[in-house]
Ligand binder design. Structure first.
Ligand SMILES: Nc1ncnc2c1ncn2[C@@H]1O[C@H](COP(=O)(O)OP(=O)(O)OP(=O)(O)O)[C@@H](O)[C@H]1O
Ligand SMILES: [Mg+2]
Length: 302
């Protein structure tokens, strides 16, 4: 692949994408664009994150709307194959053959990805398992590994061959703090030039990792922009006080004993700089005026 192809093709766009499961509307006319770098998807349980990621990973077809992945339409057989050849995908709940060792499982995925030459394939399998810190246990059965280690086996198989499109559904769920930091580090090096889409419930992962963030609420895009712009939605709505203010939408005691509030502040409140989490809470309507009944258009800040 040459540099020109890389620049023009590593974009993913979804236009008016909808998906239903029976009576449940999982995605309701989603429009979003994702370019090279790390793109985060935030949203409450059931918002449609996994459904969108499965569509982008060509596991699921949209009911309507258009998907363009690197200039290719994955609704055709040839298009799907072209996307899959450039894709690394971590499902939210990967199915493992529990009797496989971590090495055998990742090797099996590499075979499916058409790595025919055994020696180079085994080198790649060792490389990705070492990247996620599993070098010492790669020959243990997956059934004997901890939950966080299994998550890392899933991350390792997604990294095979440094794919141009990395779709990671909650990659940091269940990882201990050190492993979450290692994940951030490895993503920085492994995904250079790639387009990464990841879902998470960790707003600090978004702040630390993502150049672009999309917030999905009830199957619709409610925000698209930078993490800084998401945090800024809570400007003037986060303050500290000695006592809980009953008018706040959300309030909790912080480590230093002060009460942090999100909502409509009183006069002369001690304002603090909002975080991505504060912006998300305001947007999600749990700490702001954007209740579900209010038909707010999506906030777009580039
Ligand atoms: N295979 C399915 N059959 C029926 N309903 C489904 C299916 N997959 C998803 N749904 C429904 O679609 C909606 C969106 O689900 P989805 O898994 O995309 O949410 P999510 O944002 O990934 O949530 P979470 O944060 O819990 O992972 C939910 O209402 C869910 O119950
Ligand atoms: Mg999900």
């Amino acid at each position: 692949m040459n540099a020109v192809t890389n620049v023009t093709v590593n974009n993913v766009a979804v236009k008016s994408v909808s998906k239903r499961f029976g009576a449940t509307v999982a995605l309701d006319g989603v429009d979003a664009q994702f370019g090279p770098g790390v793109n985060g998807l935030l949203g409450p349980n059931g918002a449609g994150k996994t459904t969108l990621l499965r569509i982008l990973a060509t596991v699921l077809a949209a009911d309507s709307g258009d998907v363009d992945a690197f200039g290719v339409d994955p609704s055709t057989g040839d298009g799907r194959l072209a996307v899959r050849r450039r894709l690394g995908y971590l499902p939210q709940e990967p199915g493992f053959h529990r009797h496989f060792s971590a090495f055998d499982f990742v090797d099996y995925i590499a075979i499916l990805k058409e790595w025919a030459e055994r020696r180079t394939r085994h080198d790649e399998v060792r490389r990705v398992l070492t990247l996620v810190g599993l070098a010492d246990v790669m020959h243990k059965r997956i059934s004997q590994l901890s939950g966080g280690m299994r998550r890392r086996v899933g991350i390792a198989q997604a990294l095979i061959g440094r794919p141009d499109l990395l779709v990671l559904d909650e990659p940091t769920a269940g990882l201990d703090p050190e492993q979450r930091l290692r994940f951030r580090e490895l993503l920085g090096t492994e995904s250079a030039g790639a387009t990464v889409l990841l879902s998470t419930h960790q707003t600090d992962d978004v702040a630390a990792l993502c150049q672009h963030v999309v917030v999905l609420l009830a199957g619709s895009v409610r925000f698209s922009g930078t993490p800084t712009a998401l945090a800024a939605l809570a400007d003037g709505r986060v303050w500290l006080a000695d006592e809980r203010d009953p008018r706040a939408d959300l309030a909790w005691v912080t480590g230093d004993g002060l009460v942090r509030h999100v909502g409509e502040p009183p006069a002369r409140a001690q304002h603090v700089t909002p975080t991505v989490e504060d912006g998300y809470l305001v947007l999600a309507g749990r700490a702001g005026h954007t209740g579900a009944s209010e038909p707010d258009p999506a906030v777009r800040v580039s």
